[in-house]
Design a protein around this ligand. Structure first.
Ligand code: PEP
Ligand code: MG
Length: 901
């Protein structure tokens, strides 16, 4: 809807550099006309009722700074203002190229003088005219002459006392007259000259003051801290005032058309009758609500905008869609109502939660306002966490008593337990348990399954607790080293001496890495239609696969529900901790003859086979990468005396014998000891059993299902090609045996984890024996930095806070160091074998920045915990879009050729 607005033009003036009429401007460059100026021109073009006005370009304002507004306007402005009529007032607003660069405040009501007062009185009534006059003197005095705004506020406060008017009351016309006189007197006293009585003088002085203000040292420093260049210019907007004071329905307010939390259509905001600018949000008087429903819900009696100016609200609703389409985003409005008529002073980007961002972006793309690609780029992948996990309501008060690393997102409230057994018990009683440990080990897994969240005082982002919690989708904070566990007293002791004993209610916020007392209000997760839509668009765009790290059938089901492309890492060791297997596993480990070991393995074989049958069945032909046993065997052995006794009885040995054999396996540095492929080489029966279980399971599933399984067998911790050759020969042999026994043909792939620096360096050699490489960036980061992944949590927060590391390298891939090893290995591997498949299965596979790197490095897939798969899918889609449009790239990591040196 366009409304004829009285003209205001400086067009025919002979001015040296550029200016433009707002309503004839069309598309403008914000660098030259400022963001607000460009936006207002677009609004005007879209038919939104914007008051008429002129834009002064950054170049013109720079000229004004040099020679003064008077000389630039060359005395022509007085005539132009006079031609508008005595009752027309002007506003002057700043328009910096970027809103975050600041800029002087607006000056309103320019043009009120003693001589023009009668004409203005006729338009808005005496009381209104005098109020406008006072506001001009106050605004002008403060901005142009640097007077203290408090002096003016005191004048108002005195009058309110004299007339016994409360904050909600209105001053009578006599009081307004007195205020205008007092303001003039104050101005004259403070400045030594009377308040200027020529509108053109007021305007020129205001323009000069704004230009001067923009060039002040503090304004420069402020905007430079927001990325502005040293010579960044300021544009100005001179506009006819829409007067929010006067007769009939007059006022000003701010309205938004989408709900900040959900992004769904909803009209919210405030407005204040007889007000200007942002008065409604300044707390001067209680603002009125916009809709009548909202007013009734809030039990307010003051009339809503809908009741006072229904047409204005109807018009605002109408403009919402036009503006969303025109500006390509959801905007609310700053508006003024003048005698029932709507004027839009600006469009304001609608505030939005992470969840609302997804809804708004998909709605805009559906309406054609933006492309689907743009919608995908508008959502920060990490923020999808809000859709996937409960969060503490940001508005809720939080009593934080501990902090650590945010190891697994989401928040959960429950009762403190200190043992996995208690977690199981509390859960069985229908209560939520928070498992608190110094650190967790594989024995705690059952307890972790029963817990609602996990808190450890030690550990880093790839420690046991962190990895398992992420896999289970449990909120987890690790490395909360400012908390002390007093296990005797069964209490957590904080640094300032507070204690939280077993059973106390606490909340773990794994998104922020905080531990909170009690049960703050929560926001539940919600996978709504908008989320699903965005995910489906992401899948259409991305070219890199997203697989899941899944060890159990439950994980695999979760992974499928998040639409992954397969399993990229099945850590088989987790399968051996089940109650029904751990004893057999221990017997196998402590066996002192090959026969005894073979016997235990024969018992484990059908169990492993069943695991794989189930896993392959759930994944229905999607790739499944199974990693052969990795951890040091000592990790599986019992620690408590009772367990030792049980095992001794099972094995028909004395407790001493069990203890001795167990001690014989302990190592000084087990993470660098006999684990991974080193077990495979020196105790071949274990890998042989696992290979057999995999092939037999594949044979079973392939005869039952149409979707044929192509298992991918992965060897961990490789550092030399000979290791791969030895294991490969045995695996191939077992495959041959199973095929012959079952009379089936099986296809499989054998690959390695590249997780030692030597494997990365020798990638060219290793690729001869492999179908794929999967980068184990947890261990690779640990070994590249020489930094224990289980102990990093003790100091990582300090390191990041002091800027020693920009980010925790166990969380976000260290592109400069570990990344160089990845690039080098990828290049050398593919040089040997062009078709070599490349993936990444460390915890970095769920980190958007690391995913971007993998895309640039030409990887085929990343693999992460199932709950992070949606984040990875969106990040992979964004990486595809950015590589398709190189201008969007934030960092071009492919330009470095580590092999070229
Ligand atoms: C790795 O090291 O990156 C990896 C995936 O294996 P794990 O975390 O089991 O050592
Ligand atoms: Mg590893």
């Amino acid at each position: 809807m366009t409304r004829p607005a009285p003209g205001f033009s400086l067009e025919d003036m002979d001015m040296p550099v550029d200016h433009i009429r707002l309503h004839e401007a069309g598309e403008l460059d914000p660098a030259r006309w400022g963001a607000r100026g460009a936006r207002l021109a677009t609004l005007a073009r879209l038919g939104v009722p914007v008051p008429r006005g002129m834009l002064l370009s950054t170049a013109l304002v720079t000229r004004i700074t040099d020679i003064g507004a008077d000389r630039v306007f060359a005395g022509q402005i007085a005539g132009r203002i006079a031609a508008l009529g005595d009752d027309v007032l002007l506003s002057l607003r700043s328009s910096p190229p970027k809103p975050e660069w600041g800029g002087p405040e607006a000056l309103l009501n320019i043009g009120v003088t003693d001589a023009r007062l009668p004409a203005i009185t006729q338009r808005v009534g005496r009381k209104g005219a005098l109020e406008l006059y006072f506001r001009l003197i106050e605004g002008y005095g403060t901005m142009v002459e640097g007077l203290d705004p408090e002096d003016f506020e005191n004048l108002v406060a005195d009058q309110m006392k004299v007339w016994s008017v409360g904050s909600e009351g209105e001053l009578p016309a006599e009081a307004r007259a007195a205020l205008a006189d007092e303001a003039k007197a104050l101005y004259a006293d403070e400045t030594g000259h009377p308040f200027p009585q020529e509108p053109a003088d007021q305007l020129c002085a205001a323009v000069d003051a704004m230009a001067r203000n923009w060039n002040s040292v503090s304004a420069r420093l402020l905007r430079q801290s927001h990325g502005a260049e040293e010579d960044a210019g300021l544009a100005l907007i001179m506009q006819r005032m829409a007067l929010g004071v006067g007769q009939g329905a007059c006022g000003a307010g701010v309205v938004h058309m989408v709900d900040e939390r959900s992004g769904l259509p909803s009209v919210t905001g405030r407005w204040l009758p007889q007000a200007q600018g942002y008065d409604a949000l300044m707390g001067l008087r209680t603002p009125h609500l916009i809709t009548t429903d909202a007013r009734k819900a809030a039990r307010q009696t003051a009339p809503s905008l809908e009741e006072q100016a229904p047409e204005a609200l109807a018009e605002l609703r109408e403009h919402y869609t036009t503006v969303a389409n025109g500006l390509g985003d959801a905007h609310g409005f700053e508006f003024t109502v003048e005698e029932g008529q709507l004027w839009v002073l600006d469009a304001i980007l609608s505030p939005r939660s992470a969840r609302a961002t997804v809804r708004i972006a998909t709605d805009l793309a559906r309406s054609g306002a933006i492309s689907r690609e743009e919608a995908l780029l508008r959502v920060e992948p990490r923020t999808l966490i809000e859709h996937l996990h409960p969060q503490i309501d940001p508005a809720a008060p939080r009593d934080v008593f501990g902090a650590g690393l945010p190891a697994s997102p989401g928040a959960a409230t429950g009762r403190i337990v200190f043992t996995p057994e208690n977690a199981v018990q509390v859960q069985a009683q229908g209560d939520a348990a928070i498992l608190v440990r110094v650190e967790t080990s594989p024995e705690d897994i059952r307890g972790m399954h029963s817990a609602s969240a996990v808190l450890t005082v030690r550990g880093g982002m790839t420690s046991h607790a962190a990895v398992i919690a992420r896999g289970l989708g449990l909120p987890c904070v690790v490395g909360a080293s400012d908390l002390r566990l007093d296990l005797r007293a069964k209490a957590i002791v904080t640094q300032d001496g507070r204690t939280f004993t077993e059973g106390a209610l606490i909340t773990v916020d794994g998104t922020r890495g905080e531990v909170v007392a009690g049960a703050p209000a929560m926001i539940p997760p919600e996978l709504d239609g908008a989320f699903e839509t965005l995910m489906s668009w992401a899948d259409q765009v991305r070219t890199m696969g997203v697989r899941a790290n899944a060890d159990t059938p439950q994980d695999a089901r979760t992974a499928r529900s998040f639409a992954v492309d397969g399993i990229g890492l099945c850590r088989t060791e987790h399968m051996f901790f089940h109650e029904d297997r751990i004893t057999v596993m221990r017997k196998m480990i402590l066996a002192d003859t090959t026969e005894a070991r073979q016997a235990a393995l024969a018992q484990l074989l059908p169990m492993q086979r069943d695991d794989f049958v189930e896993l392959f069945g759930i994944m229905r032909g999607l790739p499944v990468t199974i990693r052969l046993l990795d951890p040091p065997l000592h990790e599986f052995l019992p620690h408590s005396r009772e367990e030792m006794m049980e095992l001794a009885e099972e094995m028909d040995l004395s407790v001493r014998e069990v203890t001795e054999r167990s001690n014989g396996l302990s190592e000084f540095n087990p993470m660098l000891g006999k684990r991974g492929v080193r077990l495979g080489v020196t105790m071949p029966e274990i890998y042989e059993m696992q290979a057999r279980a995999i092939f037999e399971a594949a044979a079973i599933v392939n005869t039952q299902n149409l979707e044929q399984v192509v298992p991918e067998i992965m060897i961990p911790l490789v550092s030399a090609n000979r290791e791969v050759e030895v294991v490969k020969a045995r695996v191939d042999d077992i495959a041959g045996q199973v095929m012959a026994e079952r009379e089936v043909s099986l296809t499989y792939r054998l690959g390695i984890m590249v997780e030692t620096p030597r494997a990365a360096l020798r990638a060219g050699d290793l690729a001869k024996s492999c179908a794929f490489f999967s980068f184990g960036t947890n261990d690779l980061t640990q070994m590249t930095y020489g930094l224990s992944r289980d102990d990093a949590g003790r100091f990582m927060r300090d390191y990041v806070n002091q800027g020693v590391f920009a980010e925790d390298p166990f969380h976000s891939l260290d592109i400069e160091g570990v990344g160089e090893l990845l690039l080098l290995a990828a290049r050398r591997g593919r040089r040997t074998q062009k078709e070599l498949m490349l993936g990444l299965c460390g915890e970095h596979g769920g980190d958007p920045g690391s995913i971007h790197f993998c895309k640039l490095a030409g990887f085929d897939y990343v693999s992460c915990s199932p709950f992070r798969a949606p984040i990875a899918r969106l990040a992979a889609a964004q990486a595809s879009l950015m590589t398709r449009h190189p201008a969007l790239r934030s960092q071009d990591t492919t330009s470095e050729d580590p092999d070229s040196t």
